[in-house]
Design a protein around this ligand. Structure first.
Ligand code: NCD
Length: 460
């Protein structure tokens, strides 16, 4: 792996000024899509798609061709050596060896793109990793808002449908929160934003979730627990208190999503009447001038009689995927310099010192490709000790944590737990797991002449 390479794994990899500058370049490209065939001449992109795609793959390939580059496409990785048991890590090593100058990767496991960056000699673009993130769709969505509304800050954006498994939603809410947009969530019951996403919105972006009073949204809001996320933090209410919700008076954009049924487990059941946007709902005063967006493919969430409505922009939205992806490719290929400062991304991921992989997510790449992945985590807070999986971002559900050098474990809320160095932390689901690895609650005496572990010296 080359540490100097710039990848796009999460929407957090781009600063807000960079995103706005990319929009300007996309707008320039869009003036004449055929006038930029010198930008990536001599360069090749490889599309590695382990999951179905129409728009993302074709718009990336079109963008690369329009920039004058070439494309290698593995549109169905079931026809590749993956079907012979080749790991993602090995495939990426080979493709980034001399075959391609950039990799566009879609995969069913959360964290796959992060793993690919660890084995790639060329930039990796996350074209969707399981239900985790889809940063280039978010750039396309933000670009559409910027074109249609002229700004993102202060907009009221309504997100509806399967908010739990839609990766487009997760990248989008992080970006909307950073831009200072107001977000109204209308989840299909049972498919609310996942806790790790809500927690991040709260802790990192200062967004407070409050129950929304969806009265003015009509039919759509009737069946669900609407949630209002506002970045200015004026509300001291916590998630779904009984306090009166914030009334949703006016919406600038409605973003519909389809049920992500390919990710459902036997525990997930859709309500008998799926959520659907109709002419009647759109005639509500609060939605009078809302643009209607959808990452597509759609099923029944938007009835086709809305297609000719001037507020429906979902096909334009897909078309704008080309100029924005041209800008992304040009940037990562080193053919476009931005003057905006880069995002300060915290990349301090610590390997989990010992024991089982504590990631709770069975479809995380750290669990599905364990030949090549060492479980790693990001420390979210020291008191209580809380860690997130470095690949899928889900919280490690450890109530107990230990120190790999002292062999002592503690409750994660304890002051002693806070003293453990992050690279010595071991996560335990329960005390039995700690005992099985030889951990105890009492420190063994330090032999004379041996430098004490800092954690011990601090009184553990
Ligand atoms: C989305 C995806 O793949 O996550 N599609 C896309 O990239 N435009 C949305 C979806 O499949 O529902």
């Amino acid at each position: 792996m080359n540490a100097g390479i710039r990848h796009l794994v999460s929407i957090d990899d781009l600063s807000l000024p960079e995103i706005l500058e990319l929009f300007q370049h996309a707008k320039d490209y869009a003036q004449d899509l055929r006038a930029h065939s010198h930008v990536a001449r001599g360069l090749i992109s490889a599309s590695l798609f382990y999951e179905a795609s129409t728009r993302t793959r074709l718009s990336f390939e079109s963008s690369m061709l329009r920039l004058g580059g070439g494309v290698l496409t593995a549109a169905d990785m079931r026809l590749s050596s993956a079907s012979k048991g080749e790991s993602l890590a090995d495939t990426v090593r080979v493709v980034s060896g001399s075959y391609a100058d950039i990799i566009v990767l879609r995969h069913a496991s959360e964290g796959a793109a992060q793993l690919a960056t660890e084995y790639s000699n060329v930039p990796v673009i996350n074209a969707g990793d399981g239900s985790h993130e889809h940063p280039t769709q978010t750039l396309c969505d933000l670009y559409n808002l910027w074109i249609e509304r002229g700004r993102i800050e202060g907009l009221h954006v309504m997100l509806a449908g399967d908010l739990r498994y839609s990766r487009t939603i997760h990248s989008f809410v992080y970006a909307l929160a950073r831009f200072g947009a107001n977000i109204v969530c209308l989840p299909t019951p049972g498919f609310e934003l996942p806790p790790y996403v809500v927690q991040r919105l709260r802790e990192e972006f200062g967004v407070e979730p409050v129950r929304a009073d969806g009265e003015k949204l009509g039919e759509l809001a009737r069946s669900c627990d609407a949630m209002y996320l506002t970045p200015q933090k004026p509300h001291q209410l916590s998630l779904f208190t009984d306090a009166k919700g914030i009334s949703v008076e006016h919406v600038d954009a409605v973003y519909m999503t389809r049920p992500q049924t390919e990710r459902y487990t036997s525990a997930d059941t859709l309500p008998p009447r799926p959520m659907s946007l109709s002419k009647q709902t759109l005639s509500r005063e609060s939605l009078r001038d809302a643009v209607v967006m959808h990452p597509l493919p759609r099923r029944d969430e938007i009835s086709s009689d809305l297609d000719e409505d001037p507020r429906s922009i979902y096909f334009k939205q897909a078309a704008r995927g080309v100029p924005i992806r041209m800008a992304i490719l040009a940037l990562l290929l080193g053919r476009l310099e931005l003057s905006a400062p880069r995002a300060e991304v915290d990349v301090r991921y610590h390997p989990v010192a010992l024991g089982e992989n504590p990631c709770p997510n069975p479809t995380c790449i750290s669990r599905t490709e364990n030949r090549h992945v060492t479980a790693r985590y990001k420390l979210a807070s020291r008191f209580p000790v809380r860690g997130f999986c470095a690949y899928c971002s889900q919280e490690l559900p450890a109530r107990w944590v230990g120190c790999s050098t002292t062999g002592v474990y503690h409750e994660r809320e304890s002051a002693a737990a806070r003293q453990i160095r992050p690279d010595h932390l071991v996560f335990f689901r329960d005390e039995a797991q700690a005992h099985a690895l030889g951990f105890t609650t009492v420190a063994k005496p330090v032999p004379p002449g041996v430098e004490p572990e800092p954690a011990r010296a601090a009184g553990v």
